[in-house]
Design a protein around this ligand. Structure first.
Ligand SMILES: Cc1cc2nc3c(=O)[nH]c(=O)nc-3n(C[C@H](O)[C@H](O)[C@H](O)COP(=O)(O)O)c2cc1C
Length: 145
């Protein structure tokens, strides 16, 4: 049986809610990415904390990704792209032969993020993305494939 690992990043809890749902539905292992220096504040505060250094240090993972054939990747969309903690994980992982099922939580602007993910996870095979669109009150308003 192929083991499944769900790796996600969540700043304000939306992605972690979806991750919990998926996990209780399929019973996979889970890994939440944590920056060593957490982001805080509003969107504009966070933008100021994102430096020009693309590598944000993250806590070492508990699970060994090489033990998994399938990885579910969940993340919020940040500036139409992958949030830096997830990018740090992606850039330090050998994706060869891994099947990725991506999902994104978003306020509705996400046109670039899937192609960016495909480009960065070299050697992986990516399934079609799932976009979970939240309104300003944090209510799940729509799901797009
Ligand atoms: C720095 C920053 C940039 C964001 N950029 C976008 C964006 O480009 N498009 C979008 O739809 N939402 C954007 N958002 C909103 C988040 O993607 C959205 O609220 C997401 O569901 C949050 O997930 P989380 O609660 O798991 O952190 C941004 C949020 C932050 C903090």
């Amino acid at each position: 049986m192929t083991r499944i690992l769900l790796v996600y990043y969540s700043q304000t809890g939306r992605t972690s809610r979806i991750a919990r749902l998926i996990c209780s539905a399929i019973g996979c292992d889970t890994e939440r990415l944590e920056p060593l220096i957490p982001f805080s504040g509003s969107q504009s505060d966070i933008r100021k904390q994102i430096t020009s250094n693309p590598h944000i240090p993250i806590r070492e993972l508990v699970h060994d990704i090489n033990q998994y054939g399938t990885v579910i990747l969940g993340m919020p969309v940040w500036d139409n792209d992958i949030p830096p903690p997830m990018l740090s994980f992606i850039n330090t992982t050998d994706w060869k032969g891994i099947k990725i099922h991506p999902f994104f939580t978003t306020g509705g602007v996400y046109v670039n993020v899937y192609s960016s993910l495909k480009e960065k996870c070299r050697g992986a095979s990516l399934s079609a993305p799932l976009f979970l669109i939240f309104d300003n009150d944090g209510v799940l308003a729509d799901v797009k494939e």
